[in-house]
Design a protein around this ligand. Structure first.
Ligand code: ARG
Length: 371
């Protein structure tokens, strides 16, 4: 008895679940071609094999997965996703070569372009498949010193430790922004470490449009977020190695990565430089520091010609996406707690919009950690 495809709505029988999983194909084909393709894919799924999608169908799957993804505010551009069909690649060396290309294509001289690369799935449900251990292709090491103090990005402490165990030589003087190597496993599950060629990852030095001292904080962030630890679920099949990227929204960096108390925790330092009273919450030192940090992110990416959207524009674009989806007769699945920007939320239209999350397929889904 083949397993019911993951992510299908509860209570469905196998045939119904398979029909649900393949419904997206009706956007790729019509008439007898659609019928033929449905028959072929249905048979494979019923036999527990991966959906035998053509490269063109995989492109549809990737774009619709983005369109369906409840946490993403940037979905207006779902049609522009470039999908790289690398399902024939399954060794760590092969993935490494392809990931280098992915990053270069995505960075595109600052004109960030959305890409998805799909690597080999398991041959049948439960069988091993390649995995990328990094949460994102670009990320900064996190260190916890013996005295409990932290350096770098605390989010990446565990991965940094694993990289060291696998032989990564951290810089002789560890710093707050040390780029991590990649850890990739093939079908045998054995992790291998891959160094990044120097200069591969584009980064932006953070400066403020009117506060000259800001540059002296020595802050930076990388140009492009490439999420590499989620699975693409499409046509009843999981693709555990399917890295994808969009471009940043400024608040991801300025209001979360650099500001969260369990990340870079920079609000106290920025507030102090601004001369604010950090003992009194009513001085709004956190709010003022947050604002200047975000102004610096927007300014610096613009200055260096790296595409990044502000949260007001992104919110307006999401509203447009919702309107277009409605006119196409589709319901938008969205998570309010992920869509609403963390800065000045009620000034954006998305704050005032009720949202509902629905199980959709294809989609990008979380998966249990590889390590
Ligand atoms: N929030 C994550 C980060 O700050 C990136 C997630 C993907 N973001 C995107 N704009 N596509 O690194």
């Amino acid at each position: 008895m083949p397993p019911v495809p993951a992510n299908s709505a509860a209570g469905m029988g196998l045939a119904e679940a398979i029909t649900h999983e393949l419904a997206f194909l009706s956007e790729a084909h019509s008439g007898s071609t659609l019928e033929r393709r449905l028959t072929i894919c249905r048979e494979a799924l019923a036999a527990g094999r991966p959906g035998p999608l053509t490269a063109a169908e995989l492109t549809w799957a990737g774009r619709i997965a983005w369109r369906n993804h409840a946490r993403c505010i940037g979905r207006l551009y779902w049609r522009s996703l470039t999908v790289r069909d690398h399902r024939h690649l399954d060794t760590p060396e092969q993935l490494y070569g392809s990931l280098l290309e992915h990053l270069e294509l995505a960075q595109g001289e600052g004109n960030v372009r959305s890409h998805l690369t799909v690597f080999a799935p398991a041959e049948h449900p439960g069988a091993p498949a390649p995995r990328i251990w990094n949460h994102q292709l670009c990320a900064y090491a996190g260190y916890r010193h013996a005295d409990g103090t932290l350096l770098g990005d605390p989010k990446n402490i565990a991965l940094t430790t694993r990289a060291c165990e696998l032989g990564w030589r951290q810089p002789s003087t560890p710093g707050p922004f040390d780029l991590l190597p990649w850890i990739i496993a093939g079908r045998d599950g054995r992790p291998q470490l891959f160094a990044l060629p120097p200069g591969l990852v584009r980064e932006v030095r953070l400066r403020h449009p009117s506060l000259p001292w800001f540059e002296g904080l020595g802050l930076r962030w990388y140009a492009v977020p490439v999420v590499s630890d989620m699975r693409l679920h499409a046509a009843g099949t999981d693709y555990p190695a399917a890295p994808f990227n969009g471009w940043y929204m400024g608040t991801e960096i300025g209001a979360r990565n650099l500001a969260d108390a369990d990340r870079y925790n920079l609000l106290p330092r920025v507030a102090e430089m601004l001369g604010l009273d950090c003992r009194n919450p009513r001085s709004l030192w956190k709010d003022r520091a947050l604002l200047e940090l975000n102004a610096a992110v927007l300014h610096s990416y613009e200055l260096e010609g790296v595409k990044l959207v502000d949260h007001h524009t992104a919110s307006a674009e999401f509203m447009k996406f919702c309107a277009l989806e409605k006119s196409a007769g589709r319901e938008v699945s969205a998570r309010w707690d992920w869509i609403v920007p963390p800065l000045s939320p009620a000034t954006t239209p998305v704050f005032h919009t009720p949202m509902q999350e629905r199980a959709s397929t294809p989609d990008f889904l979380t998966q249990s950690a590889a390590y």
